[in-house]
Design a protein. Structure first.
Length: 423
């Protein structure tokens, strides 16, 4: 089918791992939701640039100027990729977690924040210094909108407010009704930030079309290595906030005062929130990923991924002991992120066996979304380690789950090997 992409070449496709049962097998990376393999195209792009690496914004030499140009043009590439409005700004960060913490540090005084308990901890936790309202897990997209509407209707209508919502769940892969939630937020004078950590790698994100105020995502989940992230959107709150980090690059003018103190004039955004020497390779690799996905035809990648989603869901449905976790039900649109438990199995042991006996890398645990996974498992609150979970005894109900996730570079063989192993 011409409308469907072949898997894109990724780094590590030829890595072999030893099996406990003897012999080697090529590694099947099925944990894209944690970190996706880098696209070969991104790696090549970065390698071509690497000899020209120099300091950004801090040198008069040719290579510094070139690096500065590449860094700044990466902003434009990301802005185009996200369909940013003319007044939007792209701030480079370390990750989605960093982006959302930056926004949390820039909230206006008395801002009320509304967030579903189902969010990843990166979206759930940064707002705890604000007046935050945690919303109960909805069981349908329509219920999500109604729950938000109700909460916003009861808010103090005069102060600023922010809604934070995921685009695609890192546990169920289900898409959230972002447009409807955005309309509800705006109708009540609130702003909205989209956690696109799991949406952006699997689906085009158009900030103007969605009408969200900010988007946050991470390079390492978007097939781009080297540890960068993005916060894109409205400039005003960021412009009026104290710099996220104090230091060089964020400050325009610094002078001693007569009383011995120091006066600082800060830059406007984005430099205001990018103090320190920037991670130019990380930023450049995000821009390279944006180009690679666009050139491959993102819609064709989505079409192929949806075929794999159907294949995995049908395959798992054929194993009676498997229960796939879902908040919104079977018909909900979703990306290539699927979590499940297997009756009679401890999820950690199951994931370890997939690795040791089949060379398959998946994730087990609570996926940094403890309240959501507990709701889905119907288990009592436990005291897990960070992002992990206590182990169930054999035969006990699972206290954690197994997550398989895939995307642009996933070959059919990895999916078939995974389904065969589960069977
Ligand atoms: N939000 C969601 C939905 C995620 O899946 C993740 C990563 N698992 C994050 C935020 C945090 O991303 P990072 O670890 O790159 O900061």
């Amino acid at each position: 089918d011409q409308s469907i992409c072949a898997p894109l070449p990724v780094l590590g496709a030829d890595v072999t791992v030893p099996l406990v049962t003897g012999g080697d097998v090529t590694y099947a990376a099925l944990d894209y939701a944690a970190s996706a393999p880098a696209l070969q195209r991104v790696w090549d792009d970065v390698a071509a640039y690497a000899p020209y690496y120099g300091s950004v914004h801090r040198g008069a030499g040719y290579l510094s100027q070139l690096s500065t140009d590449l860094f700044e043009s990466s902003r434009t590439t990301v802005a185009d990729f996200l369909g940013c409005r003319p007044e939007d700004q792209v701030v480079f960060t370390r990750s989605t977690t960093d982006s959302l913490n930056l926004l949390a540090s820039a909230l206006p005084a008395d801002c009320q924040v509304f967030v579903f308990e189902t969010e990843h901890h990166a979206s759930l936790l940064p707002w705890r210094d604000a007046r935050v309202t945690y919303l109960d897990a909805p069981r349908t997209p329509a219920e999500a909108v109604a729950t938000l509407e109700r909460a916003l209707a009861g808010r103090d209508p005069h102060g600023p407010a922010l809604v934070c919502v995921t685009g695609a769940s890192n546990v169920t892969g289900e898409l959230w009704p972002v447009k409807e939630l955005t309309s509800a937020a705006h109708a009540h004078g609130a702003r909205i930030v989209l956690d696109a950590a799991q949406l952006a790698p699997h689906h085009p994100v158009d900030i103007a079309d969605l009408d969200v105020d900010w988007v946050a995502f991470s390079g390492h989940k978007l097939y781009a290595p080297f540890g960068s992230g993005v916060l894109a959107g409205r400039a005003d709150w960021l412009r009026d906030a104290e710099p996220y980090l104090a230091g060089g690059g964020a400050s325009r003018k610094v002078a001693r005062r007569a009383d011995g103190g120091v006066d600082v004039e800060w830059h406007t955004t984005p430099a205001r929130h990018e103090a320190g020497s920037p991670n130019v390779i990380g930023v450049y690799s995000i821009a390279a990923a944006c180009r690679a996905l666009t050139e491959a035809g993102f819609d064709r990648l989505v079409a192929r991924e949806q075929q794999l989603v159907t294949r995995v869901r049908e395959g798992l449905a054929g194993v009676p002991e498997v229960r796939v976790l879902s908040l919104f039900g079977d018909d909900a649109p979703r990306v290539g992120v699927i979590s499940f438990v297997v009756e009679g199995w401890n999820s950690s042991h199951f994931a370890a066996a997939l690795s040791a006996e089949y060379g398959i890398g998946v994730r087990d645990g609570l996926f940094c979304a403890h309240p959501l996974v507990r709701t889905l498992l119907g288990s009592e609150p436990q005291e897990p380690g960070e992002c992990g979970a206590p182990e169930a005894e054999p035969g006990e109900r699972s206290l954690n789950a197994i997550r398989v996730s895939f995307g642009a570079g996933t070959p059919d063989e990895h999916i078939e090997r995974f389904l065969g192993a589960v069977r």
